[in-house]
Structures are given as structure tokens and as C-alpha cells.
Design a protein around this ligand. Sequence first.
Ligand code: TRP
Ligand code: ZN
Ligand code: CA
Length: 449
Amino acid sequence: MTIPRSSLPRRAPRRTAAAAVVAVAVAGLLAASPASSAEDAGDRAGAGAQAAPDIPLAGVKAHLTQFQSIANANGGNRAHGRTGYKASIDYVRGKLDAAGFVTTLQQFTYSGTTGYNLIADWPGGDANQVVMAGAHLDSVSSGAGINDNGSGSAAVLETALAVSRAQLQPAKHLRFAWWGAEELGLVGSKHYVNTLPTTERAKIAGYINLDMVGSPNPGYFVYDDDPAIEKAFKDWYAGIGVPTEIETEGDGRSDHASFKNAGIPVGGLFTGASRVKTAAQATKWGGTAGQAFDRCYHSSCDTTSNINDTALDRNSDALAHAIWTLGTGATPEPGDVYENTADVAIPDNGAAVTSTVAVSGRTGNAPAALRVGVDVKHTWRGDLVVDLLAPDGTAYRLKNSSSSDSADNVVATYTVDASSETANGSWRLRVQDVAAQDTGYIDSWKLTF
Ligand code: TRP
Ligand code: ZN
Ligand code: CA
């Protein structure tokens, strides 16, 4: 039986509007970040991620010195099929073996000569979630290839050695790689991906590529691919106040393309090749406008003199940040809870109020069965209209008003088909009190992905 509201005696509100306002202020102070309070809740860039160490520039540069010596002793280059390439592999492998990595040399044949990929696995972590970083180790035959790509090779190597020094125990499995014959058409990385069993491919959560990260007239370019990898790099650069741009000098021109073509999420860093730095870029990054980022690209002058130390240092540290963030942070998964426990007063018969839950680090859309847990305290819940607002503003009605529903509080879990909505962004609970007298407040609400 429905009892019309007008015939019921009004009860004294349990909580006054003033008390609710006080509660807002207190919760606001305690909940400095309105994000998540649940244990496994994520702000994924990753929840619980450990801070990366500083990668010593001197360590990175010491590897470049070795690559230069190797080239000098082997006809001036470290190209596929030449002795300087295998010597480079042996140098990198020796460092990794001594640091406790499990290294694998993968051979392939290209244009009649043997090529090598070096794979280094850091023992431990979830084998079903592999975070990978790599760089091509071969040079062109015209020079030592110190920026292209001793720089990326050395940054990845020194980051791997930092993992060992930290004796890191990441949540995910870490794998580092040095590719052969990139300069001949991404040959080594294609071979790796194409010979990897489908089940192993599916375990690679992301591949990070470093190719040319110490250009002498550097730009700071971040690949615009996997959002989580991109975010890790952009966050690091934002932290030092250096602007970045999206990499556009040839998407698909390095080893990440081999992974991307197999459907594996990719990201990476780049400081520019033969493209010319604009005046606007020189204004924000310094260096010389009207000159190539790397005037020695694919030339004999790509030596240890062809390196900008600041760029090399920054990109090495940025890589470490990404590896630590993605490797040690929680993985977003079904069941993650995002919650806001700060109270929000709902004005009596007044304007709608909202409470925000920030979701980040996820990929793709929200689930078809997104659960919305609502805890609104109110002395006459029939007054309330409740909506979930997706990040783009789309409203999902959770509850209509009903003059006959005299019960207290809205404590309920609603299921919303949010599969057309991007998961990441600011989700809001919108509550409006549409009838006079009884009042209340949003106590907390949460999204379960
Ligand atoms: N090794 C690459 C090449 O020789 C260098 C390069 C050019 C690059 N454009 C790029 C690397 C864009 C990464 C992203 O083609
Ligand atoms: Zn290269
Ligand atoms: Ca009311």
C-alpha cells in the first residue's frame, strides 16, 4: 500500500543542515584526495607504485664510451652482421648477467648474416603481466651510432641495472631487450614478436621503446600510444616542468611498431632525428632553431660528441619512472573500487549537487555492468533524484523522485551499462532534492569497475 506523503506526519530531520556542512568540512580535510579509500582501489598510474631511483648519467655515459670503443675497434660501426654488433651484444649481456638477469640470446638470419636480439628477464613478478622496455643496439654502417641508438640502449641498460641495485620485487614481470638489425627494417624486433607464441604475446602488458634519446639539439617527444605509458612519461616531465610534444617524426619507424602491429600496447621517448627544430620548439626547449635535432643522424659524426647530456639524463630518469610506476603499481582489474567519502550537503528543494570520483590509468571503456554504490543520508528519500554522470557528462538515471517514498536514506547499489563510456576521467554522482522540508547529504559513493 502506498501512503501519500501529505498524509504522513513530518518527522524531525535527524541531522540539521548545519551539521551536514560541518561534516563536509571535516571530511574535506581528512580526505585530501577524494580518490579512493579502498585497499585495492586505483588511481592506477599505479596505486601503491614505488618511487624510482635517479639513474646516474655517468653510468649511462660509461656505456656510450664502451659502444664508441667497440665501434673504433671494429671498423667504425656496430652494424648488423659486423663484428662491432656482436661485441656490443657481449658487452650488454656481460653487465646484465653480472647483475642477476636471466639473459637469452635470440639468433636470426638477415641478408645472409646472423643477427642477435638480447632478452633479459628480471626474475619474479607476475609472469602473466610483463612490462617490457627495449632499444635497438645496431648502428648504421656509416658510424658508431652513439645517439642512434647507443643512447636508448645505454638508458635501458642502466635502468635494468638500477632494478638490480634496488633488488626490486615488482608486482609485474620486467623484461628488457636489445634489438638487432633495426636499421634494416625492424628486423630483430619483428623476429622476436613473430616467433613469440600467441599466449606469450598476450602476457606483454606494454612495450616501451627508446630510440634516439640524447639528440644534440633535443626535443622532448613522447609517443602518443598506450595511455598508461604515455601518462607515466608525461607525469615525469610535468614534475620537472619541461613541456613535451607528441612524437610525429615517423610513427612506425622503430621497434615499437613490431609490437604495435601485434596488438601490444606501446609507448616511448624520442629526442628527434633529421627533422628541424622550430623557433617555437627552441623557445621552450632551448637549442638551435632551424637546425636538425640530430645533424649527425645516420652519419659518421654520430659519436660520443653527438649527445646532449641533459636529454640523455632526463630520458633515462623518465624511463626508470615508467618502469617503476607500471611495474610496481597495482594493475587495474575488474573489481577495482573508486570511492569518494567526503560528505556533500544536499540543499533542501534546491540545486543539484555533485561528488566526484576520479578514475585514471585504465584503458578502454567502462564495464557493461558498472556498479554504483550510493550512500545518501536523508530524512525522506522520495525527495531525491540521483544520476551518475559519465566523464563526458552523459547522465544515467539511478533513481527518480517519488512523493510517496517516505523511507530514510538511499543506500543502494545500482548497475549501469557504461560500456559506451571511456573509463578514465571524472565521474560524478549528481543528487537533487526536489521537495521542501526534509534534507540530507551524500555520505559516500563508489564505482566498482
Ligand atoms: N632509428 C630510427 C630510424 O632510423 C630513428 C627514428 C626516426 C625514429 N624517426 C623516429 C625513432 C621516430 C623513433 C620514433 O628510422
Ligand atoms: Zn634508430
Ligand atoms: Ca527536501
